[in-house]
Design a protein around this ligand. Structure first.
Ligand SMILES: [Zn+2]
Length: 387
């Protein structure tokens, strides 16, 4: 019995030693993993964090030399190359991966998904569609549908954009209503170009059916009436904007004023506009009223209006109106002209329609942001970009 216990006492240090050795092997392994790859890998990540993509790309090239088998590293490098606009290099990288490596079917599809993004960025939409057909894994269904939707939007194929949006909404439960209602507006505009008013109106009605707050549809409906000189009808459509998104009214103020002018009901219009301005703080309505008074009643009346507004609510925009009225009234006063030009330039350099999604600044209003492609994210009013 005693001998047996002693035997155990002898073997315990052996197991300790074994544990120690195996622990060392593990640590060694971990250290080799983290020194192999991550020095350049973490450097690369750090550059990405500071948006230094050229340097990040160099670091990931180094990391790839050390770990040429890592799919993830290839994908990160591919993403950076796309970001840098080096699409041909991204395509090469992913094609080499497809040709050189022993990949599983699932890995092949993941490389193809990267290639699809390369081709989409490069505008090779036919190659995108071909590759999408080659991917069978359900995991990529939503990704593929979104690419097909983006291709349709880029190609301005609005019917097909509607089709893919509904498919995404049905299969993945993600609401596409806002953008689909814009696709119908785009279809309506295409019909208008072909002078097919009835078809155009049908599409606008569909836009409103899908998204009752689509102000763009009411703006276009009113414009169709306006073009036919049916001013009462036009005003009716534009008045609906107040109950949708009142801030969008600023997009149609000029034609709203012109319609009332045609009906000789300017005073009624001015009280309506003052209601919009006060109730919804749409300050830029003042600029349209100023332009209207300037054209209709002359510089003197416009100057008076600008001065009154300036006292009520001082701003550089109204100051610009005052100087432009004065400059027009007193042609020979060079000082006023110089001041007016300086004020105009100052405003011009800082007032923009700004996207609340990506921060893109535009002089013109767009329903779809040209930078991030989001719908209705650009401010309808001009915003001071310095604030
Ligand atoms: Zn944007």
């Amino acid at each position: 019995m005693v001998e047996f216990e002693l035997w155990w006492l002898l073997i315990i240090p052996f197991f300790f030693a074994l544990g120690w050795i195996s622990a060392r092997i593990d640590i060694k392994h971990i250290i080799s993993e983290t020194t192999d790859l991550p020095v350049s890998y973490f450097k690369g990540l750090n550059y990405i964090l500071f948006q230094e993509y050229e340097k990040a790309s160099e670091s990931f090239s180094d990391a790839l030399r050390i770990k040429p088998d890592s799919l993830e590293l290839h994908f990160i490098q591919g993403n950076i190359l796309r970001k840098l606009g080096k699409i041909d290099q991204a395509i090469n990288l992913h094609n080499k991966l497809l040709n050189q490596k022993e990949l599983t079917d699932q890995q092949i599809e993941s490389v193809k998904a990267e290639l699809i993004q390369d081709f989409f960025t490069a505008g090779f939409y036919d190659r995108c569609e071909k590759l999408i057909n080659e991917i069978s894994n359900n995991q990529y269904e939503e990704f593929n549908l979104n690419i097909l939707l983006d291709i349709s939007i880029k190609q301005r194929n609005w019917s097909s954009a509607v089709k893919y949006s509904f498919e995404i909404e049905k299969k993945f439960g993600k609401s596409q209503r806002l953008q689909v209602s814009h696709f119908y507006c785009e279809l309506a505009l295409e019909e208008l170009v072909k002078n097919k008013k009835v078809q155009s109106v049908k599409n606008l009605e569909k836009a409103l059916e899908i998204n009752k707050n689509n102000t763009r549809a009411n703006i276009i409906m009113g414009e169709i009436e306006f073009e036919q000189k049916k001013y009462v009808n036009a005003i009716e459509f534009w008045k609906k904007i107040e109950f949708q998104k009142p801030e969008h009214f600023v997009l149609i103020v000029k034609k709203f004023l012109d319609s009332y002018d045609q009906l000789n009901k300017t005073n009624e219009c001015l009280s309506q506009l003052s209601h919009y301005r006060e109730s919804y703080q749409i300050d830029q309505i003042d600029k349209y009223i100023f332009d209207y008074v300037f054209t209709k009643n002359g510089a003197e009346k416009a100057e008076e209006l600008a001065r009154n507004n300036l006292i009520k609510k001082p701003s550089i925009e109204v100051l610009d109106q005052l100087f432009s009225a004065q400059a027009s009234k007193d042609n020979k006063n060079q000082d006023i002209k110089i001041i007016q030009q300086i004020v105009k330039n100052t405003i011009g350099n800082r007032l923009f329609h700004i996207c609340n999604h990506c921060g893109f600044k535009a002089r013109q209003h767009h329903w779809q942001c040209p930078a991030c492609n989001s719908w209705e994210t650009l401010s309808t009013e001009l915003i001071d970009s310095t604030k």
